[in-house]
Design a protein around this ligand. Structure first.
Ligand SMILES: Nc1ncnc2c1ncn2[C@@H]1O[C@H](COP(=O)(O)OP(=O)(O)OP(=O)(O)O)[C@@H](O)[C@H]1O
Length: 733
């Protein structure tokens, strides 16, 4: 079965005008449900593009309607043992969180609360229909991927490790190591847990959405049905992806930009994966981002529904086209519809949680914390050397037969010997394990060595790690966990370095937008060591150097012309003192520097380099293996947008500094975080960023800010902040 892709067009909101609506939903045949999205060609509005989906929901669609049509029908399959994945995809502010989570009012509830409600209802029915023989329990895991790091949303944020939770491949599936799982026996339990967990999610206001998700959130609902000795486990995953952002529109500050870069990168990789699968490529770049590794259009079998959220407005035109393109390719991805196998439970226990009795859970099995971890195929049916199966395969016209559910009975010892290493939180109780053989320290060392080499080799080869010897002792287990953490941490360090590089790029871009070419150049140069060999970056640096040179020459030329003009009329030599001549731009340029005129820009920017960023600073910095997959890129209609003129509001900087200005500059240049934080409107974060920026400048410039104009140009500051600082200083200081 292919991924089911449905589009949902949100209504216009607040100040948005109906007349700006350009996206329409239609039915391809009269009397049939809507299945077409129409949108004008941005290059020629007389033309329209049409995109066909499995379903299209227009502005008037209620939360209930969407759930009833798209999710509810799959509840039955979930209880038959199929995994169900629903994910919301779309540009920022198009209604993904509204669709998945929704509002607090009953009618506003989104897919997730309705899904849980449906699961509990069906669970009760299953219990009832079986005359109490079958019990059903439900447990949740909920995590976010923020800046490409995985954090458990069911744990308090202060317990987070900076590097996040590691991922591991197992049986062709990606699992989050150390993820917590909570049993949740009714809707009330769920709501308490879910609301609390959502408070842990990273959200922030951006220009395009007052409460924008800054992370991808993944909720996994595990349904365990137990009858006698047998259990069937299936998982419903509900994923609210963060939205792609065009940073030319967001006016994001530094922190939001770094998040945005990470969001855009992961969505870019997702679109590459979709492209690669739909083209039938052998290599699908799942591993380029954690989100694609986890979502992994290729690991979860069962049923997958993609909800493409769309804003109907003209201001989203290109972004809408881009996501329509990606989503229509996603329709071609085929998912194997395989029911999870039934597993034998050694000590049958009553788990009729939904019928109200006390829960007595069996010890979690090795894979209990796994994301979309179904039971591995029975050893007998797996040939040696078989590759782990990918659930999403290249689309084909042939329908694959649905594999009938099989009943497999296994004992615990069998499970332990099938190559599965118990995860830390899901380890069976010691008493139920086979006694571990006594191992000498040398033997342990040897096993650890071997395992580490295996992990490293498997990472290099980008394949799942080889199975670990079955009966490992606790000591080996502990050492392995520690080593894996270490490896993950070192990966984290590499990521941090990369983020650092991105920050320089980001600052460079901001300087450039303010027309501060020299500062931008410096930032690009500082970014270069983080992206060695990045040809585009090197070209940018060269182009900027050329531009600065050209600017200087032009200024010289202008000056000469002025001199020349003044000679015949005055009959005297020019009297303008040399100190007042335009000075070569230092790293910190006066922010009031006029933006380059359009004409001059054309002359000195042959590479049109700014546009290369096209809203995602990472798009340039990543040299993806399959760079030719860029067909999904938004159609670029370049608006000739002049750099925003900077309005300087603090008086003539050339004049002597007033006491208020001096007070601010002294505080800033003191580099004392306490003094900086004492300035009006400066919190701890802004103060830290400012210090960091001063440090960056310190090498060559002494790291001093000499005017409020310079301060405005510091990333993260801006006119309003400095104005607030200024107003906060008492007159007569
Ligand atoms: N179908 C809808 N009906 C009414 N309001 C909606 C609908 N869809 C979205 N909205 C409103 O639009 C705004 C943006 O929606 P939402 O936050 O869900 O967007 P998003 O796609 O999740 O954005 P981001 O990616 O930035 O998190 C919210 O105020 C939300 O309530």
């Amino acid at each position: 079965m292919s991924v089911r892709v449905v589009a949902r067009i949100r209504p216009t909101l607040g100040k948005e005008l109906e007349k700006d609506t350009i996206v329409r939903a239609e039915a391809s045949e009269d009397g049939k449900p809507m299945n077409i999205v129409r949108i004008p060609n941005p290059r020629n509005e007389a033309e329209e593009f049409s995109f066909a989906f499995n379903g299209v929901y227009d502005q008037s669609t209620s939360q209930e309607e969407l759930f009833t049509n798209e999710v509810s029908p799959h509840l039955k399959a979930l209880f038959q043992g199929l995994d169900v994945t629903i994910f919301a995809y779309g540009v920022t502010g198009t209604g993904k969180t509204h669709t998945m989570r929704g509002g607090l009012k009953l009618s506003e509830r989104g897919v997730i609360p309705r899904l849980l409600s449906g699961i509990y209802r069906r669970g009760r029915k299953v219990v009832k229909d079986s005359g109490g023989e079958t019990s059903v329990s439900v447990s949740l895991s909920y995590y976010e991927i923020y800046n490409d790091k995985v954090f458990d949303l069911l744990e308090s944020p202060d317990k987070r490790l900076p590097a996040g939770l590691p991922l591991r491949e197992k049986d062709g599936k990606t699992i989050v190591v150390g993820l917590s799982e909570r049993e949740c026996n009714d809707l009330k339990d769920f709501e308490g847990l879910y609301i609390e967990a959502n408070n842990n999610r990273s959200t922030a206001g951006t220009k395009l959405n007052a409460q924008s998700s800054r992370s991808h959130a993944i909720l996994m609902v595990k349904v365990i049905q137990t009858t006698g000795d047998e259990s069937r486990i299936s998982t419903a995953s509900a994923i609210d992806l963060a939205g792609s952002e065009d940073n030319r529109r967001t006016e994001n500050g530094k922190e939001r930009m770094v998040e945005s870069a990470s969001i855009n990168k992961s969505l870019f990789v997702l679109s590459q994966c979709i492209d690669a699968i739909s083209r039938g490529d052998k290599r699908v770049p799942y591993r380029e981002s954690k989100m694609t590794r986890i979502l992994s259009l290729g690991q979860n079998s069962g049923i997958t529904i993609m909800v493409l959220n769309l804003a109907p407005l003209r201001s989203y035109h290109l972004d809408t086209l881009s996501s329509l393109n990606v989503s229509s390719r996603a329709k071609r991805i085929e998912v194997r519809e395989i029911e999870n196998e039934v597993v034998f439970k050694q000590h049958p226990k009553s788990m009729s949680s939904l019928s109200g009795s006390t829960i007595n859970r069996q010890p979690l099995r090795p894979l209990a914390n796994a994301h979309n971890t179904n039971i591995a195929p029975a050893a007998a049916t797996t040939k040696a050397g078989d590759k782990p199966m990918k659930a999403f395969s290249v689309y084909s016209d042939r329908t694959k037969p649905t594999k009938p559910a099989t009943t497999v009975t296994r004992t615990n010892s069998k499970r332990l010997s099938d190559g599965a290493r118990p995860s830390r939180t899901a380890r069976p109780a010691l008493s139920s394990r086979a006694p571990a053989p006594e191992l000498s320290t040398a033997k342990i060392e040897e096993m650890v060595e071997r395992k580490v080499s295996e992990i490293l080799a498997s990472r290099a080869a980008q394949t799942a790690p080889a199975p670990i010897p079955a009966a490992v002792s606790d000591e080996v287990q502990r050492r392995l966990d520690a080593l894996e953490r270490k490896i993950e941490e070192s990966n984290g360090a590499a990521e941090d370095a990369r983020n650092e590089g991105l920050r320089f790029l980001l600052m460079a871009k901001q300087h450039k937008e303010h027309g501060q070419d020299s500062s931008a150049l410096k930032m690009y140069e500082m970014a270069l060591p983080y992206f060695p060999g990045q040809v585009k970056l090197e070209r940018k640096i060269e182009a900027l150097r050329a531009r600065i040179r050209a600017k200087k020459e032009e200024e010289q030329h202008h000056l000469m012309a002025q001199k020349h003009q003044s000679l015949p009329t005055s009959g005297h030599l020019a009297t303008r003192p040399i100190q007042q001549l335009p000075t070569p731009a230092p790293s910190f340029e006066a922010v009031s520097e006029a933006p380059a005129s359009k004409k001059r820009k054309m002359k000195v920017r042959p590479d049109n380099d700014d546009d290369d960023f096209s809203g995602s600073i990472v798009a340039d910095e990543d040299s993806y293996d399959d760079d030719d997959n860029l067909s999904h890129k938004p159609l670029k209609v370049r608006k000739s947008k002049a750099p925003k003129p900077f309005v300087f509001t603090f008086g003539d900087e050339a004049a002597a500094l007033t006491p208020r200005k001096r007070f601010i500059l002294d505080a800033v240049n003191s580099r004392d975080i306490g003094q900086i934080k004492g300035l009006n409107g400066i919190g701890a974060k802004k103060a830290r960023d400012l210090l960091e920026f001063l440090d960056l400048q310190a090498e060559e410039e002494g790291g001093r800010i000499e005017s409020l104009g310079q301060l405005v140009g510091v990333p993260g500051m801006g006119g309003k902040t400095v104005e607030r600082m200024y107003e906060g200083v008492a007159v007569g200081v």
